[in-house]
Design a binder for this molecule. Structure first.
Ligand SMILES: Nc1ncnc2c1ncn2[C@@H]1O[C@H](COP(=O)(O)OP(=O)(O)O)[C@@H](O)[C@H]1O
Ligand SMILES: [Mg+2]
Length: 325
């Protein structure tokens, strides 16, 4: 389901990384991250997400393959590319004894291109952006984990960025902290920043991302829009009726596939809306129910169980997903 994009802000071709000691962490990765997307880089622990991100940012060298970030080859164009990219990998390095504001002043001062005369404005704007203005004077060691992450994102946002790369930004956060990061990511995306974030949590990707790539053991399993992924997780219809045979006949007529009759339960795959075909649109559930009743089928129960993205992942990889991380 990979699709060519008008403009990719990240593009890798046959990217592989073998660590010293022989470990093949990334294996022939072809990634295309469209500009303006919130791109979820999804995979269980150890699947190669952080390794890929490190290569993208020029922190480690690829063993093989090519990497383009913002249209320029990495790592050779790192000096031109990296100022346009904000990144947060494995939690921010903070001074606990400094306030949130003090930490940002320190980060800004470490940037040789940052004009000291406009530092105050940049720092206050970044604090505001991540919702830390009110807590800016508190020492960073008193911050919750979620506030620390947001401060790290603020540091990445001191300069205007076209691309923000966040490696597992919600790792270790409580549900409230996760919500804060999610809404921040959404707000940044609305401002036009492309956000590339890694996660081992499926529902997180489903909630904030427009696009996703799924990794497993260093390899790309699939990539595309989250809507496409969710469409793959189409629902299964279950009808409870004493008239199983007749129900199956009617459902089949209406495009329901893979029908099985067991006892008083008939189950089947709901037809998918097929953008690439000229077939008529799939029937509404209400129409299916009405058709059964019209045909004299006694319907006791009628429902759809929608497969989750997790089911899709399991179907794609043949493995469970370590949701607990
Ligand atoms: N510095 C390293 N040296 C050797 N092996 C590594 C190193 N970093 C990661 N690995 C291995 O590479 C694989 C991918 O790791 P990583 O990229 O951290 O995955 P993820 O971020 O998806 O959890 C794992 O098997 C991990 O043990
Ligand atoms: Mg990682």
């Amino acid at each position: 389901m990979a699709q060519p994009s008008a403009e990719a802000v990240i593009e890798t071709r046959a990217l592989s990384k073998r660590y010293r000691g022989g470990q093949l962490a990334v294996d022939g990765l072809d990634l295309a991250v469209p500009r303006g997307s919130v791109f979820g880089f999804l995979g269980p622990n150890g699947s190669g997400k952080t390794t890929t991100i490190r290569v993208l940012l020029g922190l480690i060298d690829a063993t093989e393959g090519a990497v383009n970030v913002l249209g320029e080859p990495m790592p050779s164009a790192a000096r031109r590319v990296l100022p346009r990219v904000g990144a947060l990998i494995e939690g921010p390095a903070l001074y606990g004894f400094l306030s949130g504001r003090g930490n940002l002043h320190r980060y800004d001062a470490a940037d040789p291109t940052a004009d000291p005369r406009t530092r105050r404005v940049r720092v206050e704007r970044a604090l505001e952006r991540v919702g830390l203005s009110a807590a800016a004077s508190k020492k960073a060691k008193a911050y919750s984990l979620g506030m620390k992450q947001r401060l790290g994102i603020a540091a990445a946002l001191l300069q205007p960025r076209e691309l923000l790369v966040l490696d597992e930004p919600t790792n270790g956060l409580d549900p409230q902290g996760m919500r804060e990061i999610r809404s921040l990511v959404r707000a940044l995306a609305e401002d036009g920043t492309t956000v590339f974030l890694s996660s081992h949590l499926l529902d997180e990707i489903e909630q904030v991302c427009s696009h996703t790539a799924v990794m497993n053991r260093g390899r790309l399993v699939t990539q595309g829009t989250v809507a496409e992924m969710s469409a793959d997780a189409r629902g299964r219809l279950t009808v409870t009726t004493p008239d199983g045979g007749e129900a199956a006949r009617v459902l089949k007529e209406h495009g329901v596939g893979d029908l099985t009759v067991a006892g008083d339960e008939v189950t089947g795959e709901l037809p998918l809306p097929g953008p690439e075909t000229d077939s008529p649109p799939p029937p509404e559930l209400a129409d299916l129910n009405a058709a059964l009743v019209r045909a004299g089928v006694r319907v006791r129960a009628f429902g759809v169980t929608r497969a989750s993205l997790e089911d899709v992942f399991v179907a794609l990889t043949g493995e469970g997903f370590d949701v607990a991380g």
